[in-house]
Design a protein around this ligand. Structure first.
Ligand SMILES: [Zn+2]
Length: 113
């Protein structure tokens, strides 16, 4: 499943960070998930529960911030929300996706030895 490979990649990233700071446990992992990223947040949580066992994240909680899709005009930088016509009414430029397709490891809380 898509979400499983994402969690595996994120966990690998967390482990690299934890090693860098000589952390013994990870307390919290915060993610930013764009609503257009194609990630099912519920599936991601399930995948996290599955993979965190026997990892440095075994006791970590998972916080997910869903980032709404936003588009902007490349010329005047006007912002558009989902549901709008994706063309700037002033410049006639097609709007570009500004945010909403990201999968970001935002923050890791960990405890050092
Ligand atoms: Zn514009």
């Amino acid at each position: 499943m898509h979400e499983y490979s994402i969690v595996q990649a994120l966990m690998a990233q967390v482990e690299v960070e934890a090693r860098k700071y000589r952390a013994v446990t990870v307390e919290k992992v915060e993610l930013k998930i764009g609503e257009l990223s194609g990630v099912e947040v519920d599936l991601l949580r399930t995948a996290f529960e599955t993979f965190r066992e026997r990892s440095i994240c075994a006791r970590a909680s998972l916080e997910i911030e869903v980032v709404p899709a936003r588009w902007s005009c490349p010329s005047c930088k006007e912002l558009f929300q989902a549901g709008c016509r994706l063309q700037c009414p002033d410049c006639r430029q097609p709007a570009q996706l500004e945010s909403g397709d990201e999968i970001v490891l935002q923050r890791i809380e960990m405890e050092a030895a």
